[in-house]
Design a protein around this ligand. Structure first.
Ligand SMILES: C[S@@+](CC[C@H](N)C(=O)[O-])C[C@H]1O[C@@H](n2cnc3c(N)ncnc32)[C@H](O)[C@@H]1O
Length: 331
C-alpha cells in the first residue's frame, strides 16, 4: 500500500560522483512511497516534494527540510525574516561546485543576524542546524540527516567473507536498489547474484531478498556473505535463462550481467542476454522496475520487453564502463 503521509519539501545535497544517478535515486525512491514533484535543481542540489524513507538514500550527502532558495546576494535579507526554532541553532554554509563566498565568514555573518534577532546560537553544541548551500543560487534548509558513508567502507567487497573481483561497490549497489523503487517487505530478486552485493544492501533495508547463481561455489559464498550480515541466505543454484518463479511474482529485479573479464557466463553470454531478459520480464510484476547493469549497450533487446525509463553510466576503467538501465514493465 502506498504511504499517504503529507508531502514534505526536501532539500538534498547530492554526491557529485554521479549526479544524474543521485537525482534518479531520490526521485524513484520517493515515487515508490508517495507522489513526487521536482521543485528546483542546481548542480548537486535537488529540491522536491514527496515523502518516503529517505534514510535509505546512498548517493545523497545530506537531506534538509527545505526553507527557501534565493539569489546569493539576497541571503542576508532572507535571514532577517527567517523563522527559527526556540532551540540552540547554528548556521553552516557550503559552497557547491566552486567557491562563491568565504563559508566561515558567511556562517558568522548569517548567525549574527539571527543572534541579534534573539536566537540562541551555539556553534559547538547546536540542536538544530540551518544549512545554506551555495550553488548558482543559495538554498536554505534545516538539516534532517547526513548519510553514514563509513558503513559502505566497512562493507567493501574485500571485507566480506566471500570475495570476487570487479563487483559493484555497496554504496552504488544501494543506490541501484533504491532506483528499483522496491519498498520494505517486498521481494527483490538478483538472478545473477555473485557475492550478493545487491542482496546485502537490500536485506539491510528490510527488503525480502532472493538470489540465483549457477555456480555452486558462488552460491555457497553468497550464502556465507548474507549470513555474515545476519540476513536470510535465500540463494538458489539456478540459471537466469530459466528462473524457478511464477509469472508476475517479483516486486523488483536488480542485477548485473557477467563481464567476462572476471566473471564467467554459464553457457553462451549472448544466449544469456536474450533468454534472461525475457525471463526478467516474465517474473517481474506489472508496472514494476528492473535495474539491469551491463558492460554493453543492449537497448534494442531490452526495448522488446520493457520501457527504458533511464540509462546511466559508471566508468570503472578504460575497458569497463557500466551501463545501468532502469526498465519498467508494462508501461
Ligand atoms: C557481474 S557478476 C555479479 C556480481 C554481483 N553483483 C556481486 O555483487 O558479486 C555476474 C554473475 O552472473 C553469474 N552468472 C553467469 N551465468 C549465469 C546464468 N546463466 N544464470 C545466472 N547467473 C549467471 C556469474 O556466476 C556471476 O556471479
Amino acid at each position: 500500500m502506498k504511504n499517504v503521509k503529507r508531502m514534505r519539501k526536501y532539500l538534498f545535497y547530492l554526491s557529485g560522483e554521479n549526479e544524474k544517478l543521485a537525482k534518479a535515486e531520490v526521485e524513484f525512491l520517493l515515487k515508490s512511497y508517495s507522489k513526487f514533484r521536482l521543485i528546483e535543481e542546481d548542480k548537486q542540489i535537488l529540491v522536491c516534494e514527496g515523502n518516503g524513507n529517505i534514510k535509505r538514500l546512498a548517493l545523497t550527502h545530506e537531506a534538509c527540510e527545505f526553507v527557501t532558495s534565493c539569489e546569493i546576494d539576497d541571503l542576508e535579507d532572507v535571514f532577517r525574516s527567517l523563522e527559527y526554532p526556540e532551540t540552540k541553532i547554528c548556521v553552516r554554509v557550503k559552497n557547491v561546485g566552486g567557491k562563491k563566498l568565504d563559508a566561515a565568514k558567511a556562517e558568522r555573518e548569517l548567525g549574527a543576524i539571527l543572534w541579534k534577532r534573539g536566537a540562541e546560537v551555539s556553534v559547538s553544541n547546536p540542536e538544530a542546524i540551518i544549512k545554506v548551500y551555495l550553488a548558482n543560487k543559495a538554498f536554505v534548509g534545516f538539516l534532517i540527516q547526513k548519510t553514514d558513508t563509513k558503513q559502505f567502507l566497512i562493507r567493501k567487497p574485500t571485507n566480506k567473507p566471500f570475495f570476487m573481483p570487479n563487483v559493484v561497490l555497496p554504496r552504488f549497489a544501494r543506490a541501484l536498489v533504491n532506483l528499483s523503487g522496491v519498498r520494505e517487505n517486498e521481494v527483490l530478486l538478483d538472478p545473477m547474484c555473485g557475492t550478493g552485493t545487491f542482496l546485502i544492501e537490500a536485506g539491510l533495508m528490510n527488503i525480502e531478498i532472493l538470489g540465483i547463481d549457477p555456480f555452486e561455489k558462488i552460491v555457497s559464498g553468497c550464502r556465507e556473505n548474507l549470513r555474515y550480515y545476519g540476513l536470510k541466505a535465500n540463494v538458489l543454484m539456478g540459471d537466469a535463462k530459466k528462473l524457478p518463479f511464477k509469472d508476475n511474482s517479483i516486486d523488483a529485479i536488480v542485477t548485473d550481467f557477467p563481464y567476462l573479464q572476471s566473471t564467467k557466463s554459464f553457457g553462451s553470454l549472448m544466449d544469456l542476454y536474450y533468454k534472461a531478459t525475457e525471463e526478467f520480464s516474465r517474473v517481474l510484476k506489472s508496472k514494476r522496475f528492473a535495474v539491469i547493469v551491463s558492460n554493453i549497450d543492449f537497448d534494442e533487446l531490452l526495448g522488446n520487453y520493457f520501457k527504458i525509463v533511464g540509462k546511466f553510466y559508471q566508468r570503472i576503467h578504460k575497458n569497463l564502463t557500466r551501463r545501468i538501465y532502469l526498465c519498467l514493465k508494462d508501461y
